[in-house]
Design a protein around this ligand. Sequence first.
Ligand code: HEC
Length: 159
Amino acid sequence: MTLVTKFLGGAVLTAAIAGTSFAASHLDPAVAGAISARKAHMQLYQHNAGTLFAMAQGKVDYDADSASAAASNLATLATLKQQGYWIPGTDQETLGEDTRALAAIWADGSDIGAKADAFVEASAAMNAVAGDGLDALKGAIGAVGGACNECHKSFRGSR
Ligand code: HEC
């Protein structure tokens, strides 16, 4: 094998790797783990809030037990300590497609704490009334959805 062939072979291989859409495998395992944990946390928000949204929208019948369970889960999830998986430097601008967390989260003057507090309040208010009937649930759902959206607007990037 000539040197040129060897070189080209290597270049082709490198290009093939660079063109591959990586899963999280190229990331430091601690970073990959933190990103999957925070996404999983969001999925749990989604599942529990989704139960409440579906009832509020009349897509599923209101059921006091299911509504209470979902609201209790959501309120509890909202208060869990999350700093272990929101590691500075693990943003979309730095890491690319593995995460949609924007660097703005960690920037000076970031109000992510206030956005998270608003969500804690909205989910606690929902938890207080979710079992009291569909009207009560509907009265609390706007603030919950609004809190999710407010944070995503500022701190979640596009795909
Ligand atoms: C305080 C900020 C904040 C709040 C409140 C918040 N999110 Fe998120 N959410 C994020 C960020 C940042 C990401 C991007 C995470 C990543 O890709 O690493 C995200 C990602 C997600 C994802 C995608 C998860 C994945 O698997 O990629 C879903 C779904 C989601 N959020 C749902 C919700 C719902 C539903 C609520 C409200 C009930 C909510 N979020 C509240 C900041 C927030």
